[in-house]
Design a binder for this molecule. Structure first.
Ligand code: BEZ
Length: 236
């Protein structure tokens, strides 16, 4: 592989790489302007394309839901600002899709014609496309740490319920000191303690705590009801 083809990929646990950029909502200094909030920073391949349009309409329709979970959205593509503005205006004025219409995208959409930001975040994946970003999703916590990363190819629109689920699961792990099992959704049992401290799990297995259920010494869950979770995580 040529030297200039080696693209650094930020990893889970890394500080989100810093950059300044022009967006549809003015200039931003990332991630510093967002400290104290969770951020979903995502890329899309191109303005005026169908999959991206369906995604932006869905994300914009869910913006308030993410805001309630203290999460801001920031988008990026390698298009320029005028293209972004024209595309978002078209979405608002002309597109009706799956019951969504008049959809206003209020979150910032970064212009990245140079691809500098996209390259910094490993959003350009040359075997998929050398000229556009793939559909990358970075979950960044209030301290600016990357907590989860999901990549999708150009042809595959994202599942926004899953993006919300990932956000809430990360926040749940932080707030309650637990892990979340396969297909977990708020209201389902959570795993105690997080992997790595099996001794505590063994003690739990011997206890008669009705909220705790142990499947074996290394695998215990407990109840965490949806109301408690929402009270802790969601703004009114
Ligand atoms: C789309 O958003 O529809 C799309 C963009 C780039 C390549 C393929 C599909």
């Amino acid at each position: 592989m040529e030297e200039d083809q080696v693209i650094a990929m930020p990893r889970i646990g890394d500080m989100a790489p810093e950059f300044k950029a022009v967006t549809t909502q003015g200039e931003i200094n990332f991630p510093n302007d967002f400290r104290g909030n969770w951020v979903i920073f995502f890329s899309h391949p191109a303005d005026f394309t169908p999959v991206c349009t369906s995604e932006f309409m869905t994300f914009a329709s869910m913006e308030d839901k993410f805001a309630k979970a203290n999460c801001k959205l920031v988008g990026l593509s390698v298009d320029g600002l005028h293209s972004h503005i024209a595309w978002l205006r078209t979405i608002k004025e002309k597109i009706e899709y799956k019951g969504m219409k008049n959809v206003e995208v209020k979150f910032p959409l970064i212009e990245d014609i140079s691809m500098n930001v996209a390259k910094k975040y490993g959003m350009i994946q040359p075997q998929e496309s050398t000229t556009t970003a793939v559909r990358a999703v970075f979950f960044i916590d209030p301290k600016g740490v990357i907590r989860s990363i999901i990549y999708y190819p150009l042809s595959l629109g994202r599942n926004f319920d899953e993006l919300y689920r990932v956000l809430i699961a990360l926040q749940t792990a932080d707030e309650f000191g637990v892990a979340t099992p396969a297909d977990w959704r708020p209201g389902d049992d959570v795993i105690v303690p997080p992997a790595g401290s099996c001794g505590v799990a063994k003690e739990r297995m011997e206890n008669k705590n009705e909220d705790v259920k142990c499947y074996d010494w290394f695998f215990c869950t407990k109840k965490l009801d949806k109301e408690t979770l929402e009270k802790k995580l969601l703004k009114k």
